[in-house]
Design a protein. Structure first.
Length: 282
């Protein structure tokens, strides 16, 4: 249970198809027992919940170096000790993990009944878990994403491609939020052709684009260079390799997860993201 939110927020840029997620929720309602009612009367319900909340916050801080505020609503004292709870929410003002940087991250369970267990050093989901999420990416987070090792690897791989590197190399990259658009600025070194092979030219390339949701993922669209719109079908597959809002992050081998982006928009120099996360029953 202590890794629940860590796994959930780590899945923010996995792909998924649109679904009616309510069908994944369990209809189970735990019975209220005499011992559970008695322990709740003694305040053990509140104590056990607070201990688990603090343990999750501590684990998240250790594994992601991000501070979280975790809130659990449990049924009764004995239920929370067996991994059953009504709802869970986690908030982080600044979240970072493997090249992904977000601000005002909020993750909340949707189903009225949730159950997890922790056995043999493994987190297991005894029921499907459905969560909603909301997050923002400001210019500050965007700068960190572009400077991250993960984003720089994309550029390095292209520069090491034999065909591409024979023509050009990307020397610098920056993505700017402006006028409700993304502006990509690249310093490109062209190697020249034929008789002009020895002549190298630096070119500062700037183009703009919008963001949209397609098949549950964030995609770049409406690509334009110097205010001229180009054939999106030709250029966008390449341009989307540099999409700073569409990371894929590995989850542990014991659990499968899917995410659907419901909405993305750029307003006031901020990218807003929201959607649904599904963690499947183990």
């Amino acid at each position: 249970m202590k890794k629940l939110i860590y796994i959930a927020v780590s899945m923010l840029f996995l792909s998924a198809n649109a679904k009616d997620y309510s069908v994944f929720c369990s209809s189970t309602t735990p019975p209220k027992t005499v011992s559970g009612a008695f322990m709740s009367t003694l305040g053990i319900n509140s104590v056990s919940r607070n201990i688990i909340e603090k343990q999750i916050e501590k684990t998240l801080k250790k594994e992601t170096n991000s501070k979280f505020k975790v809130k659990i609503n449990n049924f009764y004292a004995t239920n929370i000790l067996s991994g059953q709870f009504q709802s869970l929410s986690a908030k982080s003002d600044l979240f970072s993990y493997d090249g992904l940087y977000l601000s005002d991250l909020n993750v909340n369970t949707i189903c009225p009944y949730n159950k997890v267990s922790y056995r043999d050093d493994k987190l297991l989901f005894d029921e499907n878990m459905v969560l909603s999420y909301f997050a923002k990416i400001t210019q500050s987070e965007l700068d960190k994403i572009v400077s991250s090792a993960e984003f720089q690897k994309i550029i390095r791989d292209l520069n090491n491609d034999e065909t591409i590197s024979s023509i050009m190399q990307i020397k610098s990259a920056k993505v700017i939020l402006k006028d409700n658009k993304l502006y990509f600025k690249y310093g490109i070194l062209f190697n020249g052709f034929g008789f002009f092979k020895t002549r190298k030219n630096m070119l500062n390339l700037v183009f703009s684009a919008d963001l949209k949701v397609a098949e549950g993922q964030v995609k770049i669209c409406n690509f334009s260079l110097n205010s001229k719109t180009f054939n999106n079908n030709m250029f966008l597959p390449v341009i989307n390799k540099f999409n700073p809002t569409n990371w894929k992050i590995d989850i542990d081998k014991d659990n499968e997860g899917e995410l659907e982006v419901k909405e993305v928009k750029i307003e006031n120099s901020t990218i807003f993201l929201s959607g649904i996360i599904l963690i499947k029953k183990s």
